[in-house]
Ligand binder design. Sequence first.
Ligand code: HEM
Length: 237
Amino acid sequence: MNADPTHLPQILPTKPAPSAATRRDRAQGRLVWLLLGLTLVPALAGMVRLFSLATGVSLLPGSERFFAAPVPVTIHIIGSLLFLGGGAFQFVDALRRRYPRWHKMGGRVFVGAGLASALSGLWMNQFYALPAHDGVALYLMRLAFGAGMAALLLAGLVRAMQRRFPAHRGHMLRSYAIGMGAGTQVLTTIPLAMLGLADEPGPRAVAMGAGWIINLLVVELILRRHQRRPAPVGAMA
Ligand code: HEM
């Protein structure tokens, strides 16, 4: 009798290797978890802020601007969280193929929430008495990225209506990358806190800017890979 275990597969049924489409679906499933994980800290910060505004309890120092004008920050937090949380599912090919109506309905919520987030962010950038550590460079970056996010969302919407789906996908991914800056900035600002530089306007602007730039570079890589691969049967973009 041959005791060599390498002979066993001849008797046992072998599991077929997953197809390229299955592997892609699994990778996108993991990406959703990653995006939801990145959303976690801004989501918690936002909920603490909303709780503080609803109860009138000032949980953090320097909250006067939020109490003086609570509407923009409330719109900003709710819009941002709908945009980031819901948006993570909009990019999953398998969900879009299986539930195209949900993708359309979710897309309207995504665009509305994203616009609410970007426009209220721009409003706060302009009219709140921002803390000194936010500095001019961060003010200018918020102006550029906030306006860019709103413009990309509108351009993405127009491209979808024109059924120009590859361009639609690109614009939506880029706008999401800007919004997700809030999540990546949690990571890029950790070294500042460790070095005691969290309140220095220059290093803070670099760390915040890095969050947006890293996300946009990742999206460009994804889009390039997507362009090179053959379109799956029935895919929209
Ligand atoms: C979509 C992702 C975003 C999330 C999750 C997010 C989250 C938040 C949260 C939770 C706050 C409240 C901070 C606090 O309570 O201290 C806030 C404030 C703010 N956000 Fe966003 N934000 C996002 C996108 C943006 C964008 C694109 C801009 C650019 C215009 C922006 C500009 C601002 C400004 C100016 C403030 C006020 C900061 C302060 O007064 O200290 N945000 N954001």
